[in-house]
Design a protein around this ligand. Sequence first.
Ligand SMILES: Cc1cc2nc3c(=O)[nH]c(=O)nc-3n(C[C@H](O)[C@H](O)[C@H](O)COP(=O)(O)OP(=O)(O)OC[C@H]3O[C@@H](n4cnc5c(N)ncnc54)[C@H](O)[C@@H]3O)c2cc1C
Length: 818
Amino acid sequence: MKSEARVVVIGGGVVGVSALYHLAKKGWGDDVVLLEKAELTSGSTWHAAGLLPLFNMSYSVGQVHKYSVKLYGELEQETGQPVGFARVGNLRLAMNADRMDEYYQYAATARTIGIKVEFLTPEDILRLWPMCNIEGLVGAIYHPDDGYIQPADLTQALAKGARARGATIYRNCAVLAIEQKSSGAWLVKTSNGDISCEHVISATGNYARQTGQMVGLDVPVIPVEHQYIVTEPHPELVERRKNGEPEMAVLRESDGSWYLREENGGFILGPYEKGAPCCYVDGPDPRAEYELFQEDIERLAPHIEAAMNRVPAFGEVGMKRVYNGAIAYTPDGNPIIGPAWGVDNFWLNEGHSFGITAAGGAGWQLAEWIVDGEPTIDMLGVEPRRFGDYATKEYLIEKNEEAYSHVFVIHYPDEERPAARPLRAPPCYERLQAMGAVFGQKFGWERANWFATDGMEQVDDWSFRRSRWFEGIRKEVANVTSNVGVLDMTAFAKCRITGPGAEAFLDGFVANRLPTKVGGIGLCHALNNNGGIHSEFTIRRDAEDSFYLVSAGALQRLDHDYLQKHMPRDGTVQFEQLTGSQGVLVVAGPKSRRLLERVSGTDYSNEAFRWLTAQHVRIGCAPANAMRVNYVGELGWELHHSLEYQNHIFDALFDAGEDLGIKPFGIRAMDSMRLEKSYRMVGTELSIEYSAYESAMDRFVHPDKGDFLGRDALLAWQERGISNKLVTLEVRDVDDADALGNNALLHNGEVVGRATGGGFGFRIDKSIALGMVSPELASEGTELEIDILGKTYPAAVIQDSPFDPKNERLRDVGNAND
Ligand SMILES: Cc1cc2nc3c(=O)[nH]c(=O)nc-3n(C[C@H](O)[C@H](O)[C@H](O)COP(=O)(O)OP(=O)(O)OC[C@H]3O[C@@H](n4cnc5c(N)ncnc54)[C@H](O)[C@@H]3O)c2cc1C
């Protein structure tokens, strides 16, 4: 066995082999090795049903699946190895209007990334699927380009393609331990000897947690049992084949939570049942191969019944075999593809529940990341660091079972799932709840999404359209605009960077100039190596050598890992995690100054407390740091405090503010207000796919300040020419739905961009969207169209920050707030 390689891939399922194939394809063939403890495909891959659904609500997963399906179509020709790709199409049925809305929202993403879909009436369905009972159907979405494949053959084809480019595969070679040497190189210890390498890719399926433990990682993957039934042949299907009729599309009844396809003249039925348990919670036996579990027919029964109702022929054939196997899961059901946190050059390609479909795209992006240093598509949706320490084993069991049972639920954009909650709650949680808060969850934290007041039921009302909460938010925004509102943002990620090297490090890390004075605040972006935006930090200078950094709560592990991986390792810079110890209450609105002056001895006037500065203050009796920034475009301060003071501060504000009209507001009101200010957000308007200039962040980027991460690449990108520009759009003629993001933007019927976010602006009383379009269409006044839930509406490019474009309210210029 080789003793050295550039990359070692652990795991010979379809996912690991695809990573190997793509590394070889990028020219590293002679230097990449795959280790499989048994035979290729002996994990979950051999028993998969082989479906290749393009449908997925996530932008990242959509891109990954799209690439795979294209690659698989070409693989047989490239390698000479048949892969059994039956491009029979894929038909998803809808039994209600909300389901159709889900399909329309998905279709918008599909349209912007170039996936072909068609919408069908019940009668059209009959043409494609004559054996389908169309009773109770309102329509369907059809993907003509996907279908199913033979997973084992696909894996062998990828292996053949990798070997042909010089890659090496060792079967019957178990990885037993992994150590990192002081040089940073990895030493992979196997049953057949040791191999040292620069990079390790973990693609070990159901063993993900055991592999992670070898390097001290708590990988958020636990599999769930998944079953499918193979039936005896049905005479009608056999007859159809004899007559040369085409195989029917893979059929999915989302509302009945099952899929059905033809198999050797019979059917395969795969349900996603409620109550399917996690399995291998402490990992499979190291010797397990081709393992299946005892079937559970009782759990399948409701789905069998639903399928018999929809396709009566299915009820006319006997069951031949039930497969019950382990399918890897994460808490949100999407895989984890990318770098591990806390360790260098250790890559995760795990948690694949649609691994046959995702393997191609996952391998492609991972190879780009490892060989070129960055992925080329925005991988936030599958980022391994989107989960945190809160994802313990018990949490994973609850959430992964929930994710499995939710595969076919309607994926509302404002859906909030209930399992394992509340988990992380700020001290003011009960107070907010008593005030009507309807909570959501981000990175394990409970956050008030909106407030049910005036007799409204305190439950959410998920929809693709404006729903009950719309009026609640209108009131919250109105109160922030005319009085004062309080928003709990304790979930923000917070940390401190200190040390004699802190300033030089941060200056070379972010594109903006750092605040020079103690108490100064700056909005700073860390780019990636290509000049796209990776992270956004609000940076407060607390001393010559001490900086306090705040970033999006959902991105805590990602942002902090990015920081730490770029920090010098010579001890001149220290990182301190503050997320769990610092609370944040935002006080915003024209009366916020009057309120704060009542509870605090500080002068909050414009002269004494300037925009983008911070001061140590007291609120009631409690110490806090007031930062004059906010994300809603009103006069306001963020009060950062040690968590133990939170309720004291909260009560002091509400006691003193009653006659000022103080009321809480939630995340959805904040989002509406940030859209009116055209404030960008990481993951939507800010992404590695867009250069900082495309996201129109020019005033936060200072190439003349000296070198910083991504600077030269950004300038080179600018030199080559940019292909997008961020615009704010006014959407006209909508009455019950706003853009949700990923909507196609059109000009003369041609797709010319995509909306990155959208919603209703209550202060300007307009439906608005932010979006990326070709630069020549970015000037104010340009008339475009936007696709919202399958309908096209006029949308005009308007000036940035349609609400208070001169920022007079937040700066309180000319006493705009009196
Ligand atoms: C019943 C069922 C039906 C499914 N149907 C579909 C479908 O239709 N479409 C779809 O896209 N997906 C489907 N899936 C999911 C799919 O099977 C998985 O997502 C996919 O096989 C995952 O591939 P993998 O390579 O990540 O894992 P695996 O195939 O499990 O491969 C992991 C490999 O790592 C090896 N390994 C682990 N630890 C070590 C070690 N220490 N040293 C060396 N080797 C090690 C294992 O032996 C194993 O071969 C289905 C799953 C089930 C259970």
